[in-house]
Design a protein around this ligand. Structure first.
Ligand SMILES: Cc1cc2nc3c(=O)[nH]c(=O)nc-3n(C[C@H](O)[C@H](O)[C@H](O)COP(=O)(O)OP(=O)(O)OC[C@H]3O[C@@H](n4cnc5c(N)ncnc54)[C@H](O)[C@@H]3O)c2cc1C
Length: 374
């Protein structure tokens, strides 16, 4: 048996690029294909917790190599009118691990792309996957075909690779609609700051350069078709009773085109029995963004899979081996995410009281296991 030589990564998002970078560190190369026609990235900004910046450092991406970002020392919880409920010192919590940062999504993609140094094939996807005794036969959307030792589905929450290997898991709607965009940072906002209203929340995370990543959500019984026409006006109306920084951030948005809207969904992490086809990142285990752990988990997935591929000669059990290494940690994060989602759903007075009394303890419970490396 020889080590995997022909590795195909489907999806040049954070998980896919991080895997290509981690393989390169180990002297291995991968082919990367991406459905989008070019490396343009939507989705605005990201809050990356300490476990994520630790993984970035392992990939050779020190914070200083990110073109622009802001280190976040505190998480501040306010009610919708701006009265303080609680503050958590995240700088202290993650001190032995890595800083929490706010950063534009494009900056993370560009930097990981540079580390990966691969020629991504844009505008391409997989049409069929057939597992053979010693390889996977892949047919691409442009009619070409190839044989791969390992195929990695890093193609996000609505993964085609997951569907092609017969994964029964479908994304589940989590009862919230979410909006993401970048805006001018209001002068009152210097750290991670969330404004919590009844069935609505508005989070701001500074990302450097005078800009702020905004994430707004509202509870919803079903998926809303929020057309771009007058999207900004509708959001302004939804948050019109919120404190001035929220209204100011919304007022600074110049066009509804920069506001990304999507239902909040997740994907259950299922035992893998896909042989040489492995799912990583959101394709494997998307979660609601409540814990802001999606990037950290995607980066860790990449590091763990690269390690497995580097050590293992037998590629036929790659998916199982990867699942075995990741499932406990992923399940723990999912459980915490679900608990946080439930707390968000409490009546405002109960939620606010819990935060006033227990915010630091809740935070510690949520994140403590992630202080240890993956
Ligand atoms: C509203 C919201 C806010 C969030 N905020 C945060 C946050 O602040 N911090 C955080 O850590 N996480 C956050 N997350 C989660 C985070 O965005 C994801 O966990 C992370 O992007 C996962 O990366 P990925 O590479 O697995 O998937 P993606 O980022 O979705 O990348 C998948 C890539 O695959 C490509 N692709 C898709 N289908 C195909 C196909 N068939 N063939 C080829 N290519 C394909 C896509 O174009 C894309 O480039 C948030 C999520 C949401 C929904």
């Amino acid at each position: 048996m020889t080590k995997a030589q022909r590795i195909l990564i489907v999806g040049a998002g954070i998980a896919g690029l991080a895997l290509a970078a981690a393989l390169r560190q180990r002297g291995m190369v991968a082919d990367v294909i991406e459905r989008a026609p070019s490396p343009v990235v939507g989705g605005a900004g990201l809050y990356i917790v300490g476990a994520g910046t630790r993984a970035l450092r392992e990939l050779g991406v020190a914070e200083s190599s990110l073109r622009e970002h802001q280190v976040i020392d505190t998480q501040t919880f306010l009610n919708h009118r701006g009265a303080r409920l609680a503050e958590v010192n995240v700088d202290r919590f993650w001190s032995g691990c890595g800083p929490c940062i706010g950063v534009a999504r494009t900056v993370v993609h560009q930097t990981l792309g540079e580390r990966a140094a691969v020629q991504t094939r844009f505008g391409a996807t997989v049409q069929t996957l057939q597992q053979q005794p010693n390889h996977v036969e892949v047919r691409f959307s442009d009619g070409t075909a190839a044989a791969s030792d390992v195929v990695v589905g890093a193609d996000g929450i609505h993964s085609s690779v997951r569907r092609l290997v017969g994964g029964a898991t479908q994304p589940r709607f989590r009862g919230q609609m979410g909006w993401r965009f970048l805006a001018k940072c209001p002068e009152q906002i210097s750290g991670w700051t969330v404004f919590l209203g009844a069935a609505r929340a508005f989070l701001m995370v500074p990302i450097g350069g005078g800009r702020v990543y905004c994430y707004a959500d509202r509870a919803s019984a079903g998926v809303i078709d929020d057309t771009r026409d007058e999207r900004l006006e509708r959001l302004q109306q939804l948050f019109e009773d919120f404190a001035a920084p929220v209204r100011d951030a919304l007022a600074s948005v110049e066009s509804p085109d920069v506001i990304h809207c999507a239902p909040i969904e997740d994907v259950a992490y299922e035992p893998a029995n896909h042989g040489r086809v492995v799912l990583i990142g959101d394709a494997a285990h998307a979660m609601s963004p409540n814990m802001a752990c999606g990037v950290a988990m995607a980066l860790e997935d990449a590091l763990v899979l690269a390690d497995i591929l580097h050590r293992n000669a037998d590629t036929s059990q790659i998916a199982n081996e990867f699942f075995r290494r990741r499932c406990a940690r992923i399940e723990r994060v999912r459980l915490q995410t679900d608990q946080r989602d439930r707390m968000r759903g409490l009546p405002a007075f109960a939620r606010d009281l819990s935060l006033r009394l227990f915010a630091s303890r809740i935070y510690r419970n949520n994140y403590q296991p992630l202080l240890l490396p993956a």
